[in-house]
Design a protein around this ligand. Structure first.
Ligand SMILES: *[C@@H]1O[C@H](CO)[C@@H](O)[C@H](O)[C@H]1NC(C)=O
Ligand SMILES: *[C@@H]1O[C@H](CO)[C@@H](O)[C@H](O)[C@H]1NC(C)=O
Ligand SMILES: *[C@@H]1O[C@H](CO)[C@@H](O)[C@H](O)[C@H]1NC(C)=O
Ligand SMILES: *[C@@H]1O[C@H](CO)[C@@H](O)[C@H](O)[C@H]1NC(C)=O
Ligand SMILES: *[C@@H]1O[C@H](CO)[C@@H](O)[C@H](O)[C@H]1NC(C)=O
Length: 587
């Protein structure tokens, strides 16, 4: 009797200890690891498994074969910062203030004060609270500081990640010393013009002084010359130092390489990802691998150089595929393939306008119209999506239903046994029932397609009929006209003279016209008026759910503030290389 009792007590104690331990350390056999892989600027038509027969992406193709291919996977924005904010929070970025009302739509300086607000809850934070080890390796692009150099209020470690290795901003042409700068091109032109004007003024004053008795004081000339020199220096600093200011590598809170050495960045991203997986193989983990690839300048390691049929861009895509392969191999090696929910996507469409001379250095969006920067056209927002979850999700499946990158938020929360915040609107929908074929149709009936803070288009998926209506209220003006992109200004704009407003709006049925070439009219589409008025009602309802929030991408929050500049030395002497740069390619 007593022995039986003590046996029960022991079991009970063991169970309690186990439960506490499980809850604290997240040991829960039913909770999968989460591996999220995001490419940067990869187009819908850039992968073998999405119909490209000349580019070689065997590893990603294999992933699709082992899982579900999401063919109507939609980003919440057509540029990086807002799209990623939406991905991380499961909310349209207009809800978090991560959209812009001005021309610049992303952060272009690390020393800016805008960023993902502290009161937004990322999926990383939800999973961290559930005992997951959470890491982000690669690009962040959601801001760094608010008020002082090291407050790191927008930093990944403030947003639920235990570990960060990567760049706080994005790749820029400046990051590769041999490329033409892109961030401050206009600013530099202005500087140069002003510098020349100052020089001219000084020269004229000198001439006047020499030639006439007009009393120009030497002091005045000296003063103006001094100002001119200072001006020139600041121009030069901005020109040459953009690389130091913006291209840096961080590990957790520390800047470890400034400027970043791109030579071996690819293999270091792989190495860090593999190490993270190995280090956390005994507990559930969330790893967000946020590639620098295939963003320009498309820096590619020598062994991939000139190997693809599509120049530097194609080489970069093939290198990215190789990286995916190395990371997935690590998952296999530690025996976690079946316990890992693996996801692959791109943050938005390919950048059609990025060319160097006649060479295309931006992505390809297949049959879709438009690309990066265009909030309404399909090419800007429809991206490749792949989910693999062996034993849980049928292999070799294609899912045409509308899904959003924002769906990952409630999906991973569900997988981890976490609940999503109840005090705010979450726009994403849990994908698990759809992926497991427990339901036939997506929960997304309407989706809103913003360009900056401007609503450009809305889609309506009519489950019963299968129609996929899309109305465009605003479309960008292509340059030159009919070119399908804004080659003249490098990226299409969202408002002002660069767009056309449509009244009545343009209407397409994507289920019949994926390339959005034949707008419907009341004559060709009997439902025309009904659809337009239904959309108007839905838009009004959606607008009612928006509340004013602080704008993170306004002029004040995107300008460079020297006191916020992340720096590994003593500002302004910011350069360091704490990394051993001896890593060779992992074969
Ligand atoms: C494959 O991708 C390359 C690089 O983006 C592109 O130039 C090419 O047109 C694509 N081919 C097909 C068939 O989609
Ligand atoms: C992993 O899942 C697949 C598909 O359900 C199954 O065939 C295989 O045996 C599993 N492997 C292990 C090691 O459990
Ligand atoms: C394990 O996870 C499942 C599903 O997420 C959850 O329902 C369950 O309560 C968890 N169990 C423990 C012991 O944490
Ligand atoms: C975060 O704070 C801002 C400013 O106080 C507020 O407008 C916004 O609604 C808050 N967001 C959430 C999700 O609580
Ligand atoms: C590279 O490795 C060598 C030998 O291991 C070491 O002496 C050297 O300092 C390393 N280089 C850098 C840049 O860290």
């Amino acid at each position: 009797m007593p022995s039986q009792l003590s046996h029960r007590v022991v079991s009970l104690v063991a169970w309690v200890v186990f439960s506490l331990f499980s809850q604290t350390y997240g040991i829960n056999a039913s909770r999968p690891n989460i591996l999220l892989i995001m490419a940067d600027d990869l187009g819908y038509g850039d992968l073998g498994c999405f119909g490209n027969n000349t580019i070689r992406t065997p590893n990603i193709d294999q992933l699709a074969k082992e899982g579900v291919k999401l063919t109507q996977h939609i980003a919440a924005a057509s540029v990086c910062t807002p799209s990623r904010a939406a991905f991380l929070t499961g909310r349209y970025p207009i809800r978090s203030g991560m959209v812009s009302q001005i021309k610049k739509r992303v952060f272009i300086r690390t020393g800016a004060s805008g960023g993902l607000p502290e009161n937004e809850t990322t999926f990383a934070k939800l999973l961290q609270q559930k005992g997951y080890a959470t890491g982000i390796i690669g690009k962040w692009h959601q801001g760094v500081n608010c008020e002082s150099r090291n407050d790191h209020c927008h930093h990944p470690l403030k947003h639920g990640f235990d570990y960060f290795y990567g760049i706080p901003l994005t790749l820029l042409n400046e990051c590769q010393a041999t490329k033409d700068p892109e961030v401050d091109v206009e600013l530099q032109a202005t500087y140069w013009f002003c510098t020349q004007m100052v020089a001219l003024l000084v020269f004229t004053l000198l001439l006047i002084k020499m030639a006439t008795s007009f009393p120009v004081k030497w002091k005045t000339i000296a003063f103006i010359t001094f100002c001119g020199v200072l001006f020139f220096i600041s121009w030069f600093a901005d020109y040459g130092f953009a690389r130091y200011w913006n291209c840096m590598l961080m590990r957790d809170h520390t800047v470890i390489e400034q400027p970043i050495n791109l030579e071996n960045a690819a293999s270091r991203i792989v190495k860090e990802s593999v190490t993270f997986i190995e280090r956390n193989k005994k507990r559930p983990f969330l790893l967000f691998v946020s590639f620098f690839h295939v963003h320009t300048p498309c820096f590619t390691t020598k062994i991939f150089h000139g190997k693809s049929q599509h120049g530097l861009y194609g080489d970069n895509v093939e290198e990215m595929d190789w990286m995916v392969g190395r990371i997935l191999a690590a998952v296999d090696r530690v025996g976690l393939r079946n316990k890992t929910f693996t996801y692959f996507t791109s943050d938005h469409g390919g950048h059609l306008e990025f060319r160097e001379g006649n060479i295309q250095v931006g992505g390809w969006n297949g049959r879709l119209k438009g690309g990066k920067g265009m909030g309404g056209w399909e090419g800007g927002i429809r991206v490749p999506g792949i989910v693999r979850w062996p034993g849980k999700v049928a292999p070799n499946t294609v899912l045409d239903e509308p899904t959003s990158l924002m769906d990952i938020y409630p999906t991973v929360a569900h997988l981890a046994g976490a609940s999503v915040p109840q005090d705010r609107i979450i726009d994403g929908k849990n994908l698990v029932p759809l992926l497991r074929e427990e339901v036939k149709h997506s929960e997304h009936e309407f989706m809103f397609h913003y360009c900056g803070s401007h609503l450009h288009a809305v889609r309506w998926y009519q489950k019963e009929s299968g129609a996929l209506w899309k109305v465009h209220y605003v479309t960008p003006n292509f340059e030159p006209q009919g070119a399908g992109a804004c080659y003249g200004i490098k990226m299409c704009q969202c408002f002002g003279d660069e767009v056309t407003h449509h009244n009545p709006p343009l209407l397409f049925d994507l289920s019949r016209d994926l390339s959005e070439t034949n707008p419907l009219s009341p004559a060709s589409e009997p439902l025309f008026n009904m659809i337009i008025s239904q959309m108007a009602t839905v838009v009004a309802k959606h607008r009612n759910t928006l509340t004013p929030v602080p704008q993170q991408l306004d002029m004040y929050n995107i300008v460079w503030k020297p006191w916020l500049q992340p720096c590994c030395g003593t500002f302004p002497f910011c350069w360091c290389n704490d990394e051993s740069n001896n890593d060779t390619i992992i074969k």
